[in-house]
Design a protein around this ligand. Structure first.
Ligand code: 5RP
Length: 219
């Protein structure tokens, strides 16, 4: 079974968390794209969706799912999104697709965060996947030096501008033993917009697509 099949499995399982007449927060990425496809089959049951990126907004519109603004929608009962890495505490590295800032905002505004992923995303220790950090363009070099001091190897993501007009530094070589502490520390560097560590607001449920079916881990 391919990783795409496992992603699809996880995406389909997330439909079980969609209650009638709700507004859903929808993340970004290939796993979420499968979720949007599945959601389009039951779109008559929901009020609409708040996207975490322009790419997701486009895909929702293509599926004729109403796209709503977070400010107008208010608190959301459910957020569904993928992850680049996730540990058994449901803390994550996110931002492989560069949508980390809006993902963090929509996750924070949601009551329940359901993470959907294929089995390769579950890890013991976060940090093999390079940690994405969104930075204000003028702070790129300064933030890079601060990351070097902390043992990371920042690499500017090539030809990439976020939906917010900023840059992404992908930070290699971090062994993240204390995700909460590192998230807070990196958030404090001037010029950092968002750190792709989701430890302060982890997922509440992980639906992991595996070769044997769905494995559900509760936070
Ligand atoms: C985008 C993300 C995605 O959730 C993450 O990259 C996972 O993507 P995929 O489902 O394609 O593996 O954080 O910013």
């Amino acid at each position: 079974m391919s990783s795409d099949d496992m992603k699809k499995r996880a995406a389909e399982a997330a439909l079980g968390y969609v209650e009638d007449d709700i507004i859903i927060g929808v993340g970004t990425g290939s796993t979420v794209n499968y979720f949007i496809d599945a959601l389009s089959r039951i779109k008559h049951r929901i009020e609409g969706a708040v996207p975490s990126s322009e790419a997701t907004a486009q895909r929702l519109r293509a599926c004729k799912i109403p796209v709503l603004d977070l400010n107008a929608a208010g608190p959301l009962p459910l957020y569904v999104d993928g992850a680049d890495e996730i540990n058994c505490y449901l803390q994550m590295i996110k931002g492989g697709g560069g949508a980390l800032t809006r993902e963090k905002i929509v996750a924070a505004a949601s009551e329940r965060f359901v993470c959907i992923a294929d089995q390769s995303k579950l890890v013991d220790v976060l940090g093999v996947f390079p940690l994405p950090i969104e930075v204000i363009p003028m702070a790129r070099s300064y933030v890079g030096r601060e990351l070097l001091k902390r043992g990371g190897q920042p690499v500017l993501r090539d030809n990439f501008i976020t939906d917010n007009g900023n840059l992404i530094l992908d930070v290699y070589n971090l062994v993240i033993m204390e995700p909460l502490k590192l998230e807070a520390e990196l958030n404090n560097i001037a010029g950092v917009v968002t750190v792709g560590l989701f430890a302060q607001r982890p997922a509440d449920v992980l639906l992991l697509g595996t070769v044997d079916g769905i494995r559900t881990i509760q936070g």
